[in-house]
Design a protein around this ligand. Structure first.
Ligand SMILES: C[S@@+](CC[C@H](N)C(=O)[O-])C[C@H]1O[C@@H](n2cnc3c(N)ncnc32)[C@H](O)[C@@H]1O
Length: 352
């Protein structure tokens, strides 16, 4: 068990070093040494999971400490975490971390048994471009149904501001903003006049960010030295709080089957969407979701089209944004963009 745990911690350290969290890379190196020495980390993490890599046990451990630092219960750690108003001077944060574990043993026992739950707001940039394409193609207002929505933040995509340099979308005073640096030139065409007439979303384990606990929980999963990402998530949470939207607690297959049972209403484009979700769905959930889409697609027509839009893995470096459109006859399949996993580098591929 300790060997696989150590492997999970070392892999996570390498990944943090590679994708921009030197603070966590350093801390995880210290935690690995603590496990090897049979310290408190070994005691807290032992037996938590048979598959510590798969279950992201190191991230659960780090997030528990981050949560305590964010709520003011771990001041020594907060002083080292930029997300908590502190500053990291490059020295080893492990002693402060381990002291926090010792002071809050029960909170860690609970925290390391709770799943990591993320909602990556950066993915909104490619989704907004995809919704723009649907709006332009159909000339209809949009009904958006998101599955695997986590805290539902991406369902607020039209409340964020996008500016590719040549096209804009969203309120000019939006709290969440995406500039031209998110898009590989020449970038997509955006449709500033598109309208969302209905939005619903669901997740099997939703997080309610209108509660303080839900907000801090989501923030705790962002790495404390990734300030831009942290600020974007916090701004998206503020947006969600200003426009309450319940993330329904449901399995994606069941929920879509219910939502699409009556077909698609005339006068709107119904868009089912998701990002980095498909791989987490059990096989029967996927089958049910596909079947619900295909059945509703049979009744779709140009005045009541159905679109399945998904941002899902393509290669180790990027995800694809794909659309399937039912509007009568055979469904139309489009690969419209490539994008980094956190939403950066939107490369628009669709011509027309
Ligand atoms: C990696 S997160 C992605 C969240 C969000 N779509 C995003 O892009 O930030 C995957 C999400 O899928 C959800 N999920 C896993 N299995 C599910 C299921 N059977 N039905 C619905 N949601 C599920 C998880 O709870 C989690 O919120």
């Amino acid at each position: 068990m300790t060997a696989s745990l150590l492997d999970a911690v070392e892999r996570q350290a390498a990944s943090c070093a590679h994708i921009g969290s030197p603070l966590y890379a350093r801390l995880l190196t210290g935690i690995a040494a603590d496990i090897t020495a049979g310290g408190i980390s070994a005691e807290v993490l032992d037996g938590v999971s048979e598959r510590p890599v798969h279950d992201a046990v190191p991230l659960r451990y780090l997030a528990t400490a981050h949560r305590l630092a964010l709520v003011g219960a771990a001041p020594d750690l907060a002083a080292r975490y930029p997300s908590c108003g502190g500053a990291w001077d490059g020295t080893d944060p492990t002693p402060a971390f381990l002291a926090t574990v010792a002071d809050h043993r029960a909170a860690f026992g609970d925290g390391v048994r709770r799943n990591v739950q993320t909602n990556e707001v950066g993915r909104a940039a490619v989704l907004a471009a995809g919704f723009s394409l649907v709006s332009r193609r159909t000339g209809l207002p949009l009904r958006t149904y998101e599955i695997g929505a986590s805290a539902g933040l991406l369902s607020h995509w039209d409340r964020f501001r996008y500016d590719t340099g040549s096209a804009q979308l969203g309120p000019t005073d939006a709290e969440v903003r995406f500039g031209s640096d998110w898009f590989v030139p020449p970038g997509p065409t955006l449709e500033p006049s598109l309208v969302v007439v209905e939005r619903r979303c669901a997740d099997v384990a939703p997080v309610d960010v209108t509660t303080d606990d839900g907000r801090v929980r989501m923030l705790s999963f962002v790495w404390p030295d990734q300030l831009e990402r942290f600020a974007r998530l916090d701004a998206a949470i503020e947006t969600a709080r200003a426009h309450p939207l319940v993330v329904e607690a449901a399995d994606a297959g069941e929920w879509l089957t219910d939502r699409l049972a009556v077909g698609t209403p005339v006068g709107a484009a119904t868009v089912v969407f998701h990002s980095i979700v498909w791989q987490y769905l059990p096989a029967d959930t996927r089958d049910r979701a596909r079947a619900a889409l295909a059945a509703a697609g049979v009744g779709a027509a140009p005045d009541r089209p159905l679109v399945w839009m998904r941002m899902e893995p393509a290669t180790a470096e990027h995800a694809d944004l794909r659309l399937t459109t039912w509007a009568g006859g055979d469904p139309l399949e489009d690969l419209v963009a490539e994008v980094g996993y956190h939403g950066a580098g939107v490369r628009w591929l669709f011509d027309g």
